[in-house]
Design a protein around this ligand. Structure first.
Ligand code: CA
Ligand code: CA
Ligand code: CA
Ligand code: CA
Length: 305
């Protein structure tokens, strides 16, 4: 072989090594665009809803230090985002097709796909920890009930069946149970049932106030939730009394636990304006504000890692 041919072969070899290295760096697990987006920010993310765009609710992500704000949806009614357990997808609600339906998208906003198709309100998606199912609530049968479905929208199954409002479902970290809100005893309380809808157990017992938005601690031993206008935490075993983590006159709601269990993201009106996103330690200390917009910022959900 002539020296020039050897030289060209060597250049091709180097190019192939560099291209392979880059393809592994950016696409090593085959999730392409979605993976690049998460890799580019290199830290945990919060997905949330904001009305900063002329009052139109849209879904954004932001780093847990307040940097890296990224818009995912454009000019329709988009709310209630929640991460998939693999970190690559977001389930959310959109009314772009005429009424509230559940959609999924990649975390870079691509491949927005509708999962429910009916004239009822479908709301509050939460992924099972193995990524195979989404639990949600719908009033398609006359009042709000909890349903599950496969992540492609097939296999929709009703889990509750009563005249009460059953809402805000959240899969436990081991997938065996679902926490939810129900007013079946006359007040909006937090309940837990098995993932097939059996054995409902009431965890809060109040009169005349609202308990809602349950989110499990990663170890499954506690639930953080909103009680009236504060964030409270309680044991899932039904022992002890809930502890108020915020304890102020402002509205504090929609908590979501961090994957390491040490922090909680939520929205609050404590700084006098409209709703903003905040992070605190799971004992209520060490508050950090993430957003500062003239529109409501709400429905935060912490990325799974
Ligand atoms: Ca619908
Ligand atoms: Ca019901
Ligand atoms: Ca409060
Ligand atoms: Ca705001």
């Amino acid at each position: 072989m002539k020296p020039k041919a050897l030289h060209i072969q060597f250049i091709h070899l180097i190019a192939a090594i560099v291209l392979t290295a880059f393809s592994h760096l950016f696409c090593w697990d085959g999730f392409d665009g979605a993976y690049n987006e998460r890799w580019a920010f290199g830290m945990q993310r919060i997905v949330f809803c904001t009305r900063r765009n002329a009052g139109n609710p849209e879904i954004y992500t932001i780093n847990t230090d307040g940097s890296g704000l990224t818009r995912l949806t454009y000019y329709s009614y988009n709310i209630d985002p929640t991460w998939s357990p693999d970190g690559y997808h977001i389930a959310f609600i959109s009314a772009r097709d005429g009424n509230d339906e559940i959609y999924t998208m990649n975390i870079d906003g691509t491949e927005q796909t509708r999962l429910t198709v009916n004239t009822a309100s479908d709301y509050s998606p939460s992924w099972s920890p193995d990524g195979s199912r989404i639990v949600f609530r719908s009033d398609r049968d006359g009042n709000n009930e909890i349903y599950t479905m496969n992540t492609d929208g097939t296999g929709q199954t009703r889990l509750t069946n009563n005249t009460a409002e059953d809402m805000d479902p959240a899969f436990s970290p081991d997938g065996s149970r679902i926490a939810f809100k129900s007013d079946r005893d006359g007040d909006a309380e937090i309940w837990i049932m098995n993932a097939d809808g059996s054995n409902p157990v009431q965890l809060t017992f109040t009169t005349g106030i609202i308990n809602e938005d349950p989110s499990w601690s990663p170890d499954g031993t506690r639930i953080v939730f909103a009680r009236s206008n504060d964030i409270c935490v309680m044991n899932t075993g039904g022992t002890g009394t809930p502890v108020n983590l915020t304890n102020n006159a402002a509205i504090d709601r929609q908590p979501s636990w961090s994957p390491d269990g040490n922090r909680i993201v939520f929205y609050s009106t404590r700084d006098g304006g409209d709703m903003e996103i905040y992070i605190m330690d799971s004992d209520g200390s060490n508050l950090t504000r993430l957003t500062d917009s003239s529109g409501m910022d709400y429905h935060p959900c912490w990325s799974p890692f």
